[in-house]
Design a protein around this ligand. Structure first.
Ligand SMILES: Cc1cc2nc3c(=O)[nH]c(=O)nc-3n(C[C@H](O)[C@H](O)[C@H](O)COP(=O)(O)O)c2cc1C
Length: 210
């Protein structure tokens, strides 16, 4: 997956729209080029766009950061890519996160990225970037459970950070066979579930932004 909007330009994209347009930042917790979760994040982004949202879809591969280490932070400060992500977080009220499942948990990439974003940068609080955000969480896996165990961890982590995570969530089992050539989910019921989750996020964001 490539980033839809290049880092740095995304905020312009978001602020040119009417105030009540839901602004959503979407990404997957995988850097892998053939990531199933990137496919799911893209399908969700397209669903939300069809429902009137302004969605910025980013690829965490474009935002590399070292494994969090307090000594590194003290010496070098916040990594430049994380600063860019912080700017994107500040410009969007909604989050759509597709989380791979590693041994029942979230990926180190997703945890590390969120940990870095949560850190203060000078006087700018990191945790403030999560306050009053709404999120829909998604998972895709080649396995039969669709990565749903990782969603418990994502929900808990985001909640700890101050994000309101919607009850709607979607996990896609046997995800290697779940998407058609256009990137849509082939299973109609699952597709409807994804549309409903995106609709709920848009609806709640419109209330929040009204
Ligand atoms: C270290 C590791 C642990 C994994 N553990 C699980 C697991 O607990 N449950 C599961 O459904 N898949 C598990 N998988 C398989 C991943 O779901 C699969 O690699 C998936 O494609 C990763 O997401 P991505 O395609 O978005 O990169 C694991 C993969 C790795 C590398």
């Amino acid at each position: 997956m490539t980033t839809d909007t290049p880092p740095g330009n995304s905020t312009d994209n978001a602020t040119n729209n009417p105030a009540d347009t839901p602004r959503i930042l979407a990404f997957a917790g995988s850097a892998r080029s053939a990531s199933l979760n990137k496919q799911l994040a893209r399908a969700a982004a397209e669903s939300a766009r069809r429902q009137g949202a302004d969605v910025t879809l980013v690829d965490l591969r474009d935002y590399p950061a070292p494994l969090y280490d307090g000594d590194l932070e003290e010496k070098h400060g916040i990594p430049p890519a994380i600063r860019q992500l912080k700017t994107l977080f500040a410009a969007h009220h909604g989050l759509m996160i597709a989380s791979p499942e590693y041994n029942g948990f979230i990926t180190p990439l997703l945890k590390n990225t969120l940990d870095w974003i949560s850190r203060s940068d000078g006087d700018a609080s990191g945790l403030a970037l999560f306050e009053d955000k709404l999120a829909v969480i998604l998972a895709a896996s080649p396995g039969a459970l669709g990565g749903m165990r990782s969603l418990q961890t994502v929900r808990q982590l985001l909640t700890n950070l101050g994000v309101l995570v919607l009850p709607n969530q979607v996990s896609v089992p046997r995800a290697g066979q779940a998407f058609d050539d256009t990137g849509q989910l082939t299973d109609a019921a699952l597709n409807k579930r994804l549309d409903n989750a995106c609709a709920a996020l848009c609806r709640h964001l419109r209330c929040l932004q009204a």
